[in-house]
Design a protein around this ligand. Sequence first.
Ligand SMILES: Nc1ncnc2c1ncn2[C@@H]1O[C@H](COP(=O)(O)OP(=O)(O)OP(=O)(O)O)[C@@H](O)[C@H]1O
Ligand SMILES: [Mg+2]
Length: 348
Amino acid sequence: MTSFKDMVFTPAEFAMIAKLDKTLVPQLEAEGKLTTTKRKVGNVERKVISLEDMQKYFQNLRMSASGLGAVSADRAFPVEAHTVESVAEATGFKLDAPSHKVQMFYNVKGGTGKSTLTSQYVMRAAMMGYRVLAIDLDGQGHLTVNLDILDAHERPTVYDVLINDLPMSDAIMNVAPCLDLVPANLGLCNIEIPLNNKPRREYRLGEAIAKIWDQYDLIVADTNPAASILNGSMLVASELVNVVCATNPLSFHGMSLVMATIEEMQREFQRDLDVKIIPNMYDNREVISQEVLGELRSQFADFCAKTVMNRSADINEATKRRTTVWDVNSKGVAAQDVNSLTEELLFT
Ligand SMILES: Nc1ncnc2c1ncn2[C@@H]1O[C@H](COP(=O)(O)OP(=O)(O)OP(=O)(O)O)[C@@H](O)[C@H]1O
Ligand SMILES: [Mg+2]
């Protein structure tokens, strides 16, 4: 079992993520644009790319695309020096910063896949070298566990930040290169009453996030399945809310309430919030799954994500192993779904 921070990628996997032909890998190495290492698998030595080296490749690519590469040529490569960037552009690899920096996964209905998709998304975005902060706003601590943090009961949480005025930076822990976390534990379940009694209760979380905002490219919260004040304050702090809807009738039934809650928050706090509905656990062999997806697309046409997350054993396996679906099966449907979801949530 490999934890996310120790993951390594084969040249073919790297090429798939970078949207390049894998025959370019030796060339990138020769030009000092990509570092590879040798790893013994059985009796054979294999060339692999560590998570950190892959992140450096993407960071340098973005730096050179924004013109900064020319200034620090030892850290990044000049954009005009090679065609790799244009290859990346031609294949659709995006070099932009995320279009919505502060995002949340939300649904008042439980068990729709919020924590699962949050953890897969933040790990996938970190793989691309974005500096990501994940925030766990659910006392169940499932995002925390999914990111392989098992000692959260000993750590500060958002409770300490919002109720005891702990600086947000003191609640942040590192999980992997480019991935930090504000963990959660059971104590967070008791936050509603003390938070209700605090002045400016809905603004406190946004103000705490603002203090660390410039240290990250992407900040993503997983929320608890309720119309709680804590979730409300994350709605006030967010730019994009990702509503995870399982493709079953009850989950669909709850969607009108979720969308109404979001609209009400926008009106009350005068927020301009973008909304994406992510259909999850879709099974194309089930008529009911097809029907619910059809209803979602017709009733919420402006909000429905293009990506549909299929129901997949790989996702459950990744949850069990507390790692990314990439580590379970990089060629599977779930890894592809997480790729396209990540791209969609980062760049639209
Ligand atoms: N696309 C999927 N395919 C298969 N299993 C999935 C998928 N998405 C989520 N699951 C599984 O569904 C279960 C519930 O997911 P998760 O805990 O993420 O839901 P949640 O919305 O966060 O729940 P809660 O409301 O309690 O916080 C998990 O075991 C997870 O592995
Ligand atoms: Mg959850």
